[in-house]
Each structure stands twice: as C-alpha cells, then as structure tokens.
Design a protein around this ligand. Structure first.
Ligand code: PGA
Length: 261
C-alpha cells in the first residue's frame, strides 16, 4: 500500500488525475470504477479540465459506479447515476452506454445485483477503482460488519452514513434512503488498482484504522490491506492520526523516478 500525504486535497486530486490519465493512455478500453460523494469532486473537475483543455479522451473507456441508493427514482437528482452524470460524465466524451450503475430501482434487486456483477466481469473487470472512505470506515456502501467476501447486494445504511449524507437531502435525514445497492468488498478487491482518496479531519480516524489497524469487517476499508496495488492519496488533515506518517512522507520523497503509481 502506497500512502501519499499531500498539503491539500487539490494536490492529491492532481495525482489521482495523473493515475487516471496514465491508465487511459496505457490501457485500450480502460474500465474505470467511479465513486460519488464529495471527496472525488476535485479529481473529476481536474479530469474535465484536461478533457476540455488538452483533449484527454474517455471515448474508448467504460465506467462502473460503486453503489446506488435504493428507493429513489432513477431520475432523482441525488441518485448516484444522476450525480456522476452532473459532476463528471456529462462533461467528458465517455459514451453514454459506457456508464453502468447498480439498478437501485429494479423490481428484483437480487437479480439486478447479480446482473451488475456479471456486467463488471463481462467488461473484463475494473482497471482503476476510485474510492472514498466513510466516517464509519465504509468503502462503497459496505457498512461496518459487511462480509469481507461480499459481492454486489442490498445493504442497509447506518444512521451515521445517513446523517453524513443528509447534506445532499436538504439536511433532512428523513429524506435519505435507508437502503442501497453496493459492490461488495470482494467485488472491489478484484479491481486491479485501488485509489483511495480521503480529505479532512473527519476522515483521520477511519483512515488510520483502515490502513494501520487490524483487518476487520468493522472497518470495511481495512480490507484494502489485502490488495497488492493500493494508492492512498490524503491531505494533511486526513493523515493527522497516522502513526507512521513520517515514514510515508519520507518514502514518497525518495520514491525512485522510474517507479510509477
Ligand atoms: P464523502 O463520502 O466523499 O462525501 O465524504 C465518502 C464515502 O462515504 O465513501
């Protein structure tokens, strides 16, 4: 696991964009895993800028969302499919049929979850998966106690997550759905490169538990320790509870030039 501590979220987001740009040029038909929430927004803005100003193209890429609310109509502005279109994919040249998301409005949610797993497998798996971390340690919407072997399925959101996300629903927790469909932890771990972004003090504790604590279903992001290729891009505030921060800084400072992400 490579942990890179940056002065600001903007600098971390530029590094994350570099990873995506490099993958786009290195892999024909790149499969991107996209996250929603506030954390990746600066990275999406930077990728849009590169598309508009430098012609960075997503035309042969495909993308899969990590998760989706259950109980919102597909056209609800806070449905994650709408969110990612508004914040990112409507502003680049990703083909419309190149974006897939779990169908949280399906009549048969179990079948929709299986279809989603199959669609990821049919695409050849995810090459680069962008991840945020919840204040309760979740990745995707895999809440504490999620099986480390889980696949895409229906989950119940914790109240902590619903309170965290109420800001998207006029600060009314009553409007935040209780259920979601999320890629499982085992699904996420099959992506070839995981890029975790974490910014701000509220992420300091869950981040420290995830990368320096024991692997436990109670901190689902700790499962990333099992993956051979993880890049963790954080700002100083999110790094403030890492006990090994000096080592991570020194490692990055002396990273050999030939070694990429
Ligand atoms: P945030 O959410 O980016 O809005 O903080 C992260 C997450 O819940 O995974």
């Amino acid at each position: 696991m490579e942990i890179v501590i940056n002065d600001t979220p903007e600098i971390a987001s530029i590094l994350a964009s570099d990873i995506v740009e490099h993958a786009l040029t290195a892999v024909e038909g790149l499969v991107l895993g996209l996250a929603t929430g506030s954390t990746p927004l600066a990275m999406y803005r930077e990728l849009i800028r590169r598309h508009v100003e430098s012609g960075l193209s997503f035309i042969t890429a495909r993308a899969f969302l990590l998760d989706e609310y259950v109980g919102l109509p597909n056209d609800h502005p806070e449905a994650y499919r709408q969110f990612i279109a508004r914040e990112f994919t409507d502003h680049i040249d990703l083909p419309t049929n190149g974006l897939r998301s779990p169908d949280g409005a399906a009549d048969d949610l179990a079948a929709a979850a299986q279809d989603y797993e199959q669609a990821i497998a049919d695409a050849g798996g995810v090459d680069v998966q962008i991840l945020g971390i919840g204040s309760d340690g979740h990745i995707g919407f895999n809440e504490p106690s999620s099986s480390l072997g889980s696949r895409t399925r229906l989950k119940t959101l914790t109240n902590k997550t619903r309170i965290d996300n109420a800001r998207f629903f006029e600060d009314d927790i009553g409007k935040v759905p209780r259920h979601c469909m999320t890629q499982g932890i085992a699904t996420i771990l099959e992506a070839r490169h995981l890029v975790l972004l974490a910014f701000g003090e509220a992420k300091a504790r869950p981040l420290a538990l995830a990368v320096e604590g024991p692997i436990t279903a109670m901190i689902p992001a700790s499962a990333l320790q099992l993956h051979p290729h993880v890049t963790v891009l954080v700002d100083d505030a999110a790094a403030s509870e890492l006990s090994n921060a000096d080592y991570y800084r020194e490692t990055f400072e002396h990273k050999p030039r030939w070694q990429t992400f």
